[in-house]
Unconditional design. Structure first.
Length: 59
């Protein structure tokens, strides 16, 4: 469950633990992880649109 909580923190769904130490490198790492996760989700939507939606309307 810690994995799902971390994803929730990246996407600002779950509040982060206020007692956890935050360093500059940690902020940079979380920023890069957040960006890569959002890019992955966008790519999934593009693939869904390209392979399912467009061929459905070409018939």
């Amino acid at each position: 469950m810690k994995f799902l909580r971390q994803i929730g923190e990246y996407l600002f769904i779950v509040k982060r633990d206020p007692n956890q130490e935050r360093t500059g490198m940690m902020k940079a790492m979380h920023g890069m992880n957040r960006l890569s996760l959002l890019m992955f989700i966008v790519a999934l939507f593009v693939m869904l649109f390209k392979f399912l939606i467009i061929p459905y309307f070409k018939k």
